[in-house]
Design a protein around this ligand. Sequence first.
Ligand code: NI
Length: 280
Amino acid sequence: MSEVRLFDAHAHINEAEYSPEEREELARAIEASDVAYVVDQGYDLASSRQAVADAAKYDWCYCVVGMHPHDTKTMTEEVYEEIRGLYHEHKVCGIGEIGLDFHYDLSERDIQRYWFRRQIRLANELKAPIVIHSREAEAETMEILKEEGAFSKERQSWFPTRKGPDGEELPDSRVLIHCFSGSAETARQYVKLGATISICGPVTFKNARKLVEVVEQIPIEFLTIETDAPYLAPVPKRGKPNMSPYVEYVARRVAVIKEMSYEDVCRITCENGKRFYNIG
Ligand code: NI
């Protein structure tokens, strides 16, 4: 048996476009791979329900529930209450993916902001890990997270400390910046605030200069790896539908950039993912 265990910190087994047969096929591919854990990410009410069902069905599957900024136009008080209820289901380990997306603007910005704030408050009320989606809204995402207490001392007091690269005990805010696309400077600021940076497929792209700098500069203790499947397939699968087994290519690229062994990258990012989502 292989000793490598990969942790895909963010994927969509729940993707609405999958037929039940395709979802089963995907599950079999995951079970045949070195992937040990996948965290299925809700993006609206239906996908949050599907994520809960996936987690109930598959041993390796855990999930988070929430409303993606694209879909905040479908949010109502009733849906918000349903999401709160779903959080108490088995193997639900966070609120996400939530945030701001000013690239596509699929929901009005004020609606995005309003429900981003409400869902951070919900996560605080539930003492839950938070998974962030941020696109072309870097400064405002961080500002709102700060304003809503996502990095507060009180929030940090709910979670055990985490070890830094020199073995020092540091506060953990349990905020994951999914598919990080910002600068190394922003990543450093986030880590100082107790956040975790999640690295996805684009790190393997030729033009990944900025993301390579992030991986170089942020200690492995503060990184997770992910696919965001079925989106953003890494090289050499770029352009194809992504799936969790391809997180291997992200791990291999991180290992090259950090001059670490592939096995160490797998082991440490797996530990980081399990700690972040309170698994095991
Ligand atoms: Ni996603």
